[in-house]
Design a protein around this ligand. Structure first.
Ligand code: ZN
Length: 128
């Protein structure tokens, strides 16, 4: 299990509100591949875009990721396992035709939303 910090969840909510305000409609926490324990934070089903907001600590952000000194080995294994699972999920989603977007929790929500819009627009144009 990856424990979500409350900040991560609050950010997901802000991103959803921002995207909704821009007229975008999406699903949340949907299991997109049967049998794969992977539920992206936001999903655009028609255009097959899976979005994750990754916590800097839990997913080892290069800027803010840290290894706690106490129980260091345990934390290192846990965080390494999180990152390894992220990459496995990315690979499985990509192989199934999904576009995976991941944002660090330190990214401003408006930047995340701009990027999502850009990607959705590009995918729509490619589909025509
Ligand atoms: Zn960070």
């Amino acid at each position: 299990m990856v424990a979500n910090s409350s900040r991560e969840s609050a950010l997901e909510l802000l991103l959803r509100q921002e995207l909704f305000g821009r007229g975008l409609r999406f699903r949340k926490h949907l299991q997109v591949i049967r049998g794969l324990r992977c539920t992206p934070d936001l999903v655009f089903t028609r255009r097959r875009v899976a979005i994750f907001v990754d916590g800097c600590f839990w997913h080892r952000c290069p800027l803010h990721g840290t290894d706690p000194a106490a129980n260091g080995d345990w934390w290192r294994r846990k965080l390494d396992a999180n990152v390894a699972r992220d990459r496995r999920n990315d690979a499985a989603l990509t192989a199934a035709g999904w576009t995976v977007l991941r944002y660090w929790e330190h990214t401003p929500v408006s930047e995340m939303a701009d990027d999502v819009q850009r990607v959705l627009t590009r995918l729509s144009e490619e589909a025509e």
